[in-house]
Design a protein around this ligand. Structure first.
Ligand code: PHE
Length: 457
C-alpha cells in the first residue's frame, strides 16, 4: 500500500536527522536536568533509562511502522492501518489525541524557547560576561518576573515556527539538523568539561548516577515515564508523521536505535553539564524549570569569551527547540489541512495563533498568575500553576496514553503479517513483538494506575 508519489526523506540520513531533530530539544537540555533534580537524581535517571528501553524503543518502532504503513498524517495513518487489518477505524482517535497533545505542548514549549531567545540576545550584547552566581540568578529572576518580555520572545518563537511549517518542513529540517545538532553536541561537551573544571564534578556526577531510592517518590516514576515519552517525541504522532515519509527500503529498527541512543546521551550530558555547577554555586537540585538558566550563565560568566559562547550555546538551543517545535505543529497542521481542506498557510496560522494564546497563560504562570492553581482542590496538585498542569497532563498522561494506544494497536489489532512485513526486524522481531504486546503496555498501565492512586491520596 505504499504510494510512491509521496515525498520522502533523502534516505536514512534525512530521516534520522529529522527524528533526532524532533527528539532532541528542550526536553533534553532544559527539562531532563530539572526533572532529575526535582526527583532525587540517580534513582530517577535509572527509572528513566528503564522506561526508554522497555517502552521507548518498542513504541518508537511501532509508531514509525504505522506511519510508513499508513502513508499519511497520524489520524489518517491509524485509520488506514486499521482498515488494512480489518479492525475498527475508531483507533484513529489515538492519532487525534496525539495531535491535540502536540499542539498543547507547543504552547508552553514556545515560552521556554523564548527564554533561550532572551539569553541568546544577552550573549550577543555581552550581558553574560563576568556574571557571578547571584547575578546570574537575579537576571533569570527578572526575566521570569516580566510578563511583557516573556510574551515578546514567545511571540517571536511562535512566529518563526509558524513560518517554517507554513513553508513546508522537510528541506529545512534536514539541512538545519544536519549541522546544528553536531555543533550543539560539541558545545555541550565543551561545557561539561568546563563545568567539571570549575564546578563540583564529583558531587554532580554522584547525584546523577548514584541511585538513592529513598529519594524516589511515588510521583517520580510517573515523571520518569512522562519524560521518556516527551524526550523521544512519542505518543503524539510526530514520529508517525515523519515515518510516513520514510522510504520502504530503510530499516526502522536501526534508525530507531540511533535516534534513541543520541537523545539519551544528550540528556545525560546536559545533566553532567548542569549538576556540577548546581553544587558548586550552592543551588538546590530541585530548583525547578529555571535550573538551566540559573546555572549556565554562571559558567559563561567565568569563561574566556563567555558571552560569545553563551550566545552560541543559547542560539543552538533555540534551533534544537525549533526542530522540535516544528514536529509539534506539523501533525496538527497536516491534520487540519486534510480534514478541513485548508491551505498549509491557513492551517498552520490558525494553530499557531491558538497555541500562542494558550502560551501566554504559561508565561503568566511564572509571574502574574503564579498564585493561580486551577486544580488546587486536589491535594496532590495544590501548588501547581497553569504551566505545571499543562506540562504534567500532556507529558505524564496524554503521551503515555497515546503510546499505550499505539502499542496495543500494533501489538494486538494489526495483522501480525502486516506488522512483520513492514517492520522487518529479522531475528529481533520476536523479542520486539513480545515486549510491545506484553511488557510496554503493562508497564504504562501500572505506572498510570499507580499515579491515579497517589493522586487520590
Ligand atoms: N522531544 C522534544 C524535546 O525533547 C519535545 C517534543 C515532544 C517534540 C513531543 C515532539 C513531540 O524537546
Amino acid at each position: 500500500m505504499v504510494q510512491q508519489t509521496r515525498e520522502q526523506w533523502s534516505g536514512s540520513r534525512g530521516f534520522v536527522l529529522a527524528v533526532a531533530g524532533s527528539a532532541i530539544g528542550l526536553g533534553n537540555i532544559w527539562k531532563f536536568p530539572y526533572m532529575a533534580g526535582a526527583n532525587g537524581g540517580g534513582a530517577f535517571v535509572l527509572v528513566y533509562l528503564l522506561c526508554i528501553l522497555a517502552i521507548g524503543v518498542p513504541i518508537m518502532i511501532a509508531e514509525i511502522l504505522v506511519g510508513r504503513r499508513g502513508q499519511s498524517n497520524p489520524v489518517a495513518a491509524m485509520r488506514a492501518a486499521a482498515e488494512e487489518s480489518g479492525v475498527s477505524p475508531v483507533w484513529r482517535l489515538i492519532g487525534g489525541m496525539g495531535v491535540l497533545a502536540g499542539f498543547l505542548i507547543l504552547s508552553f514549549y514556545s515560552v521556554i524557547a523564548g527564554w533561550a531567545l532572551d539569553y541568546t540576545l544577552r550573549g550577543l550584547t555581552g550581558a553574560l560576561s563576568g556574571l557571578g552566581a547571584e547575578e546570574a540568578q537575579a537576571q533569570f529572576g527578572s526575566l521570569l518576573d516580566s510578563p511583557g518580555l516573556q510574551i515578546f520572545w514567545h511571540t517571536l518563537f511562535m512566529l518563526i515556527c509558524f513560518l517554517i511549517v507554513a513553508r513546508g518542513v522537510r528541506g529545512g529540517i534536514e539541512w538545519a539538523v544536519g549541522w546544528m545538532m553536531p555543533l550543539l553536541f560539541l558545545l555541550i561537551l565543551v561545557l561539561v568539561g568546563y563545568g567539571a573544571w570549575i564546578g563540583a564534578f564529583a558531587e554532580g556526577f554522584t547525584f546523577l548516577f548514584r541511585p538513592d531510592f529513598s529519594q524516589l517518590g511515588p510521583e517520580s516514576v510517573l515523571m520518569a515515564l512522562g519524560q521518556a515519552f516527551f524526550s523521544l517525541s512519542l505518543g503524539m504522532g510526530a514520529v508517525m508523521a515523519y515515518g510516513s515519509y520514510l522510504s520502504p527500503q530503510e530499516s526502522i529498527g536501526r534508525n530507531t536505535v540511533v535516534v534513541i541512543t543520541t537523545d539519551t546521551i544528550v540528556a545525560l550530558l546536559a545533566g553532567l553539564m548542569i549538576f556540577p555547577i548546581v553544587f558548586s554555586i550552592g543551588l538546590e537540585p530541585p530548583a525547578g524549570p529555571g535550573l538551566l538558566f540559573q546555572t549556565l550563565p554562571y559558567v559563561f560568566g567565568q569563561m574566556v569569551a563567555g558571552s560569545f559562547f553563551g550566545f552560541l550555546f543559547f542560539l543552538l538551543v533555540v534551533f534544537a527547540a525549533l526542530t522540535s517545535a516544528i514536529s509539534l505543529l506539523e501533525p496538527a497542521t497536516a491534520y487540519l489541512m486534510a480534514r478541513r481542506g485548508l491551505s498549509r498557510l491557513q492551517a498552520a496560522g490558525i494553530l499557531a495563533v491558538i497555541a500562542w494564546i494558550l502560551g501566554i497563560f504559561s508565561a503568566l504562570s511564572f509571574n502574574l498568575m503564579s498564585g493561580f492553581h486551577p486544580l488546587g482542590f486536589i491535594d496532590a496538585l495544590s501548588g501547581k500553576t497553569f504551566f505545571d498542569l499543562l506540562d504534567g497532563v500532556t507529558s505524564n498522561i496524554m503521551l503515555p496514553l497515546g503510546g499505550l494506544g499505539v502499542a496495543l494497536f500494533v501489538g494486538w489489532r494489526m495483522k501480525r503479517a502486516a506488522v512483520a512485513e513492514e517492520v522487518r526486524l529479522g531475528s529481533y522481531f520476536g523479542l520486539w513483538y513480545f515486549v510491545l504486546r506484553f511488557v510496554s503496555p503493562v508497564l504504562v498501565v501500572l505506572v498510570l494506575l499507580y499515579s491515579v492512586g497517589v493522586l487520590r491520596g
